[in-house]
Design a protein around this ligand. Structure first.
Ligand code: ARG
Length: 591
């Protein structure tokens, strides 16, 4: 049980003790008190708002309820977790943890390499569907956002012990390939025949060129359409060129994933191709399909278009072609039935919210998904340029996305070079390594630290700042802990991790820091549920702040409390590194 849950449990039992009807199984089988973190330090550590919500049910005023609960807690809290409770305002219960309890808990996690984060009792199979660029089209900053957020979520779920399948649902199938294949055959025959190697930026410019000709030249249009047919019927020549296009694209994407240290399994739309006809067949037999102007559709309650007419999900167009929806239906089925997933998570921009709402509704309606399976769409806002408009790399291609990342690293390097002039801190190779760590972490953190639903502005100067809610600020706090350890191990050789001394908390800043550290497990559990990584960022930002205050107010080196404080600093280092690692960020030892 994480800390907040153990406090909640005491409160729940206290409510039931004071008002036994709350515990009656028939009436309220799952009643639980509501406990949240206190909104400010003067309100304690946690706070319970349930008294207000129960006035009607219990026929008493909330302050009276709170008083009864207070008395019950005193009898129930055997371990003395709670020091003090106070009733505030209309009936809030403010909760302070017992200093002795904090002292003993902090020592429990000191040597735990998970810093108290439990693994789940029942691991789930979870699909995280993220990144998912479209072959031979640009991988844009939206895909980068999906990559960064999806990776962070996958890391968190993996850390909790789930079996996570990281799937890259690449848009690698569709009529656009007909144009490109026809174009290559006609204008780049050596490439088409595999005699000349090429790369993604060439493919993309040819794709654009093919589109133009498609719109102007009826003969070309016809051959493009023939290539679509060839591709769909699995004709060898067409498939071979398509495969080459896919390989080149995938190679380019994986350069970016490697640079970002993101792991992904490519399983593009084409993987589900062989299943599509069967899906439509099944759902037709099952009576879920309505034919609407020749198209096969599923009508779902509650979905309407702008004109207020019912908005169906389309499974098969009147020309027999399948689309994005069909593939996603097949993917849900495959992930649930073959992969045996318990939870499906999709990370895309908010523009696809309706698509996923319909997909989820349809999958439930036709029975691909039952109540035991959880479906989450994780939407996010746009990436904006400093001008407030949708961010665009100059030519909008994937290579440029790599430049965008590399530029962050170059800028980080320039900052470090300036510092190195003043004080020789780094060797050449340390400088390279540190610049990459800071540059990439800065870009990732800028993306993760805002509420993902909102748009965010991509600005190097802001993301590379050393102060404020940035990756560099967190890294700097970590570097500070490393500095303390280095200094002490020069003085005393035994100041090493394995024999960390017991922590004895005394100073208020030590307590603040310790309580915050104890909340790490609940933070991770909560983010695994609500899928908002910015909450973990906030947590780490606050952790760095608490640590800096502790560092400012509590002398470590040469003090009587040196050993205990070194342990507290080392524990902070561990949680910082762990937490940052779960977001895909790295740390360095000096800066
Ligand atoms: N390729 C899509 C795009 O670029 C994203 C795919 C998301 N995943 C899915 N299963 N639909 O917008």
């Amino acid at each position: 049980m994480v800390l907040i849950e153990s406090i909640q449990e005491i409160l729940t039992r206290a409510f039931i003790k004071a008002y036994p009807s709350l515990g009656s199984q028939e009436v309220l089988p799952h009643w639980q008190s509501e406990v949240t973190r206190a909104t400010a330090a003067q309100y304690g550590h946690y706070q319970c708002n349930s008294a207000m919500k129960l006035t009607k049910r219990l026929g008493a005023n909330p302050r009276e309820i709170a008083t009864q609960v207070l008395n019950a807690v005193k009898e129930l809290d055997g371990e003395n977790k709670i020091e003090k409770l106070e009733i505030a305002g209309p009936g809030f219960i403010n909760i302070w943890l017992n200093p002795d309890f904090i002292n003993s808990e902090i020592n429990k996690i000191l040597r735990d390499n998970r810093a108290g984060v439990p693994t789940v009792k029942i691991p789930q199979k979870i699909v995280v569907d993220f990144s998912a660029p479209n072959t031979a089209k640009e991988m844009h900053v939206g895909h980068l956002r999906s990559t960064i957020i999806g990776d962070a979520l996958a890391r968190i779920l993996e850390f909790l012990g789930h079996d996570v399948l990281r799937l890259n649902h690449i848009g690698d199938w569709g009529t656009q390939f007909g144009m490109l294949i026809a174009y290559l055959k006609q204008y780049q025959p050596e490439v088409a025949e595999g005699k000349l190697e090429t790369d993604l930026s060439h493919l993309m410019s040819w794709y654009k060129a093919s589109k133009k000709i498609f719109d102007q030249d009826p003969a070309f249009k016809q051959s493009a359409q023939q290539e679509v047919v060839a591709l769909q019927s699995g004709e060898f020549g067409a498939i071979k060129i398509w495969q080459m296009i896919c390989d080149i694209s995938q190679k380019a994407y994986h350069q970016i994933y490697d640079y970002l240290d993101v792991k992904l399994i490519d399983r593009g739309e084409s993987f589900y191709n062989p299943m599509l006809a069967g899906i439509v067949q099944d759902l037709t037999t099952g009576g879920f399909v309505t034919v609407n102007e020749g198209a096969k559709c599923i009508f779902l309650d509650g979905f309407k278009n702008r004109e207020g007419e019912p908005l169906p999900m389309m499974l098969q167009k009147s020309d027999g072609g399948y689309n994005y929806d069909t593939t996603d239906m097949a993917a849900v089925k495959h992930r649930v039935q073959t992969e045996k997933a318990n939870r499906l998570i999709y990370v895309t921009d908010s523009g696809q919210s309706t698509h996923f709402a319909m997909l989820f509704a349809a999958a439930k309606k036709v029975g691909y998904v039952n109540d035991n399976i959880r479906l989450d769409h994780v939407p996010f806002g746009l990436v904006l340029g400093p001008d407030g408009k949708k961010y665009k790399t100059r030519s909008g291609d994937t290579e440029k996305l790599m430049d965008l990342l590399a530029e962050g690293v170059v800028r980080a390097k320039n900052i470090l070079l300036e510092r190195n002039k003043i004080e020789q801190i780094f060797t050449e190779s340390e400088l390279e390594h540190t610049a990459k760590t800071i540059g990439i972490s800065a870009i990732k953190y800028a993306d993760l630290s805002g509420n993902r639903i909102q748009d965010y502005v991509f600005e190097y100067d802001k993301m590379l700042k050393l102060d404020g809610n940035t990756a560099a600020f967190l890294i700097y706090a970590y570097v500070r802990t490393a500095g303390i350890k280095r200094k002490l191990s020069n003085i005393e050789l035994n100041a090493q991790n394995q024999d960390l001394a017991k922590i004895t908390l005394e100073h208020p800043m030590e307590f603040n820091l310790a309580v915050h550290l104890l909340r790490f497990p609940e933070m991770i559990t909560e983010v695994a549920d609500d899928l908002f990584p910015n909450r973990l960022c906030e947590y780490l930002f606050e952790l760095a702040n608490h640590f800096n205050q502790f560092f400012r107010d509590c002398r470590i080196i040469g003090s009587e409390e040196q050993a205990s404080r070194l342990s507290l600093s080392e524990l902070t280092a561990k949680v910082l590194k762990l937490g940052m690692g779960l977001l895909g960020l790295k740390t360095v030892e000096k800066m």
